[in-house]
Design a protein around this ligand. Structure first.
Ligand code: ATP
Ligand code: MG
Ligand code: MG
Ligand code: MG
Length: 563
């Protein structure tokens, strides 16, 4: 490809609203452009990189025995009602009506569609197991789309679904996908960790998340440097309070016991919890079901009680005014009075839980273990307080645990029979008996992987593409196009390299050399070949983007070197 004709609008300055490095670089390098919040166009170079990731995903899925297909993005509401998720999925599901008033959803995930399809097409044990996958655009009305492709509202996902006759069959299908994921992320050049995750509301048993390690990641990984143990925070702290998904069932959390040495005021609490200054606490809400959750609302946000209930998906909440909070003493001090006076009015079932909270407050070994204020709860930051006992030591080997930030790039999940039962996907076994199929589901955020790769592979000058993903392998750069020797040699090299099977972008633009070199660093292809002053002697300069190593080669040496 000749750069002169390429749609590649590079930017010199960092776009003001882009926080994540990958987001900034994708805009600066002209890979993507935003159409609306969380919705992006891929320009030619961005699309090429995305396609390379898709190719890797396809190869590994196929190799694992999965079959590719493609399902619609537009789903009739009846399917989601049949599984029960029309009501519980919450506002993340994009909903619309057709001209006749029939309700539809834009696919956020495809369990309903695939299960219905398999129910209609597979009836016998002889056709099982089967794993089907697609690479397709998903829609989720994220509360807080951000970081460019890392959290979009329209994004590309690979989703796979396995159907088995037995739990041991599911174990095998799950393992095959797990192994494929390891291959995929390794080939993409990602530094990642597979961590145990919580099965949460979706219902199921085993589940792992694949986390690309990066500070910008919204998830926290707990891992043991000494043994194999690695889990996401929810799993590690032994409870599910994933309020990010409003469909998560908060009522299954354990009663809370709180021990907060030396914290006697809300101000100290905020320091103790490492809350940013701009996140000054305005209100505290306590869920009054059997499981108290303390919610700290950012002071700079206008969150009312109704909204908070919606977000948390709970019915009873206690809101405190700023003045009330100011008047409170220790945490134990304020849970007590609220629990016993106000909450009783709301729901009797709540009292036990809150009493536990109070009782545990001063006990030894009950820690205010984790505090995840930065977790994306949309406009809310929340803290959830859990009883994790000895929490800081690894349960497997006693070693101290480490924490890291991660980007969830993939998720594998043993679903069991939740969808096959609600949607009626069953098969007849050898004895003619009807059984529900046993399912697994497996997602990869393909477009998120692209951003995660850039997050991990960049420096102050730009992107440093891993070979497997780079839009082009070679950036051929001509310093002076007006110089006949340089032009002629560049043309020859472009032809030769392209014919030899290399993907080459030739910078044949009439730009100052400085601009070209800067753009080459920004675009970050693995090898830059510069045709300059020594063109007459058939000598070019090679520069490796990653190592920074540069050396001169004769044209004769060049081809063998590239291979
Ligand atoms: P998150 O916790 O980041 O919201 P999720 O757990 O809701 O992700 P899944 O339902 O497990 O996501 O979807 C499978 C994969 O799709 C995720 O592992 C992630 O890589 C990707 N993904 C999910 N939401 C988004 C999004 N808004 N933008 C880009 N990729 C996403
Ligand atoms: Mg999500
Ligand atoms: Mg998740
Ligand atoms: Mg997930």
């Amino acid at each position: 490809m000749r750069q002169q004709r390429l749609l590649n609008p590079t930017l010199r300055d960092v776009p003001g609203d882009a926080e994540a490095a990958s987001h900034q670089l994708m805009l600066r390098a002209g890979l993507i452009r935003q159409l609306s919040s969380g919705i992006y166009s891929y320009l030619p170079l961005g699309l090429k990189a995305l396609q390379h990731i898709q190719t890797i995903v396809r190869e590994e899925m196929d190799r694992a025995g999965a079959q590719e297909m493609l399902m619609p993005a537009l789903h009739p509401a009846e399917l989601w009602k049949a599984s029960g998720r029309w009501d519980v999925y919450g506002p993340e599901l994009m909903r619309l009506e057709d001209r006749n008033g029939r309700e539809f959803a834009l696919g956020a995930t495809h369990e309903e569609v695939i299960t219905t399809l398999v129910k209609d097409e597979i009836h016998s044990y002889k056709k099982l197991p089967v794993t089907l996958y697609q690479i397709q655009t998903k829609y989720r009305d994220e509360r807080r789309p951000r970081f460019g492709l890392l959290r979009g509202r329209e994004f590309l996902m690979k989703d796979a679904y396995s159907f088995d006759r037995s739990t041991s069959g599911l174990d095998a299908s799950y393992q095959a996908m797990f192994d494929a994921y390891v291959n995929i992320f390794t080939r993409c050049g990602l530094q990642f960790r597979a961590v145990e995750a919580d099965s949460g509301a979706i219902g199921g048993t085993d589940t792992h998340e694949f986390m690309a390690l990066a500070d910008v990641g919204e998830d926290t990984i707990v891992h043991c440097p000494s043994c194999q143990y690695a889990a996401n925070l929810e799993k590690a702290t032994g409870s599910i309070t994933n309020t990010r998904n409003s469909h998560t069932d908060l009522a299954t959390t354990q009663p809370v016991k709180v021990h907060t040495p030396g914290v006697t005021s809300i101000k100290q609490l905020s320091q103790f919890l490492h809350i940013e200054p701009q996140h000054i606490i305005k209100s505290v809400a306590i869920q009054a079901n059997s499981t108290p959750v303390i919610v700290l609302v950012r002071g700079d946000l206008d969150i009312n009680e109704i909204k908070l209930k919606q977000v948390l998906g709970v019915e009873d909440i206690v809101m405190l005014s700023e003045a009330e909070i100011a008047g409170l003493g220790s945490i134990a001090g304020f849970i007590g009075p609220i629990g016993l006076s106000t909450v009783r009015l709301l729901a009797d079932t709540s009292i036990q839980g809150l009493q536990n909270a109070v009782v545990g407050a001063n006990e030894v070994d009950y820690h205010l273990q984790h505090v995840d204020v930065e977790r994306d709860l949309g406009e809310l930051n929340y803290v959830d307080v859990r009883n994790v006992g000895q929490g800081e030591n690894c349960i497997h080997c006693g070693h101290e645990l480490s924490f890291a930030k991660g980007i969830e790039v993939g998720h594998v999940f043993k679903l069991g029979t939740k969808y096959s039962e609600s949607l009626g996907a069953s098969f007849t076994d050898e004895n003619g008996l009807s059984e529900p199929m046993i399912m697994g589901c497996y997602g990869i955020g393909v477009s998120r992987v692209l951003a995660a790769v850039i997050e991990q592979h960049q420096d102050e000058r730009g992107i440093i593409w891993p070979n497997a993903i780079a839009p082009y392998a070679i950036h051929l750069l001509t310093v002076q196009l007006k110089d006949e020797a340089q032009l002629k040699l560049s043309e020859e090299l472009y032809q030769t390299l392209t014919r030899a099977g290399f993907s080459v972008l030739w910078d044949d633009r009439e730009e100052r050399p400085g601009v070209k070199f800067n753009d080459a660093d920004l675009l970050g292809f693995p090898l830059r070949i510069t045709v300059g002053k020594k063109a007459g002697e058939h000598v070019v300069e090679c520069k490796e983007r990653r190592s920074g190593a540069s050396y001169e080669l004769t044209v004769e040496q060049l081809l063998p070197h590239c291979q």
